[in-house]
Design a protein around this ligand. Structure first.
Ligand code: HEM
Length: 406
């Protein structure tokens, strides 16, 4: 059997429209696969992905960005030093005990109760956004709802002034240049680095302001929070705060966009949800499984490890393909079928283990209110074009635009 090579697909637009056939082939023929272009092992089996996520001792979260940059020429790497330093101190890129300490501090302010209290605000924002397009007969769901909703909510929680909300897209583009393409190049660096530096300067200033004049927001709480004598250092604050911003909206935006598209492409599921809104909860889990918004996570082998018959060397990158794992037929029978009534509870769209997504309750609330309100207010919602505009990158699965009529 000729083995499929992921590298042959990374420049093909059709791969990004539907990557799952390639992932199925990889899983069947070479589930622990080496990608030269990504510079990492690529895992597509559910069990392998979970095994690496539950084992931070052997599969570390630290140093991931540094490694992806190691392939750049030395002088370029020198320029990229601020990126290494930035990511090195954040919770998402830390192992225990640092991770445990930071997560405990952030958990103190990012509670399920605090998130639940946001429901009325989420509803008001969704209503306002949909009021604005109701009379138009059509909308681009991405710009009308999927993008502005999570941005408004996360800025509210994090205390970013409303007039600065436009910066999110710009920052996100910069951070994505550096992290989301799956391959850092000189060109990505030239585009992303100035934005990155600018974002850090903004956040540092905002933190200073909150230190001097605390407000009713998460940043002020994070600046003050202490746990057994511990608090976040200024550098830790900046990095964790940046993670909350970018992790908090790109993924949620994609869930709303690709989730709605999946429903529109499966009219029987759409109608089922419309007829019985109590299905929203399982439907959202199924949509998270079916079009996993954050598709490629990664770890670094902290020691030589054998996995699936392959020898992974200490210091090598391991890409955990969450979208592929969530379509593993060993765990989800008939995985390419969207079925909002199926039990998707084992999906790993929010990760697994100690780094399990801290924002999962918030993302679920936003998706719940967005889908319920959309289906209720626009019962005849349909796609405007057959061709939808997928983003061509492997880390996040999302749409550039989604035109619908109603
Ligand atoms: C549909 C929406 C979302 C998806 C699919 C998602 C996915 C994920 C995944 C897969 C991880 C695990 C990363 C790892 O193991 O290295 C993660 C971690 C994280 N997520 Fe989310 N996320 C979403 C929404 C959010 C939101 C709304 C926030 C914040 C407001 C957020 C903040 C974080 C943070 C801070 C971490 C790191 C936790 C840690 O390292 O302990 N995410 N997310």
């Amino acid at each position: 059997m000729t083995r499929v090579k992921l590298d042959d697909f990374l420049d093909k637009p059709e791969f990004y429209r539907d990557p799952y056939p390639v992932y199925h082939e990889l899983r069947a023929s070479d589930p622990v696969h080496w990608s030269e272009i990504m510079g990492s092992w690529v895992l597509t089996r559910y069990d392998d992905v979970v095994a690496t996520m539950r084992d931070p001792r052997r599969f570390s979260s630290a140093g991931r960005h540094a490694l992806s940059l190691d392939r750049l020429p030395a002088e370029v790497r020198k320029r990229a030093k601020p990126i290494y330093e930035h990511y090195a101190v954040g919770m998402i890129h830390a192992d225990p005990p640092d991770h445990t300490r930071m997560r405990a501090l952030v958990n103190k302010v990012f509670t399920v109760r605090a998130m639940e209290s946001l429901r009325p605000r989420v509803q008001a924002i969704v209503d306002g956004l949909l009021d604005a397009v109701q009379g138009d007969g059509e909308m681009d769901v991405m710009t009308a709802l999927a993008y502005p909703l999570p941005v408004a909510i996360i800025s509210r929680i994090l205390g970013i002034p409303e007039e600065d909300n436009d910066r999110f897209r710009y920052w996100n583009e910069g951070v994505n240049e550096l992290t989301a393409t799956g391959r850092t190049t000189e060109a990505n660096l030239a585009r992303g680095l100035p934005i990155f530096v600018n974002m850090r300067a903004y956040l540092r200033e905002l933190i200073e302001k909150r230190r001097r004049d605390p407000q009713d927001d998460l940043l002020s709480a994070l600046v003050q929070v202490e746990n057994g004598g511990d608090r976040l250092s200024e550098e830790e604050l900046i990095t964790n705060y940046q993670t909350l911003i970018t992790a908090g909206f790109e993924t949620t935006m994609n869930l709303i966009g690709t989730g709605l598209l999946a429903l529109l492409l499966h009219p029987e599921e759409f109608s089922r949800l419309q007829a019985d809104p109590s299905l929203a909860e399982p439907a959202i889990e199924e949509l998270l499984r079916y079009e996993t918004p954050f598709q490629r996570n990664w770890r670094v082998a902290a020691q030589d490890v054998e996995l699936g018959g392959k020898q992974i060397e200490r210091g090598q990158l391991v890409a955990q393909m969450l979208g592929a794992a969530n379509r593993d037929p060993e765990v989800f029978p008939d995985p390419d079928r969207l079925d909002i009534r199926r039990d998707s509870g084992r999906h790993i769209a929010f990760g697994y283990g100690i780094h399990f997504c801290i924002g999962a309750p918030l993302a679920r609330i936003e998706a719940d209110i967005a889908f319920r309100t959309l289906l209720q207010r626009f019962p005849a919602l349909r796609l405007k074009h057959e061709n939808v505009d997928w983003r061509e990158q492997i880390v996040f699965r999302g749409l550039n635009s989604l035109m619908v009529e109603f």
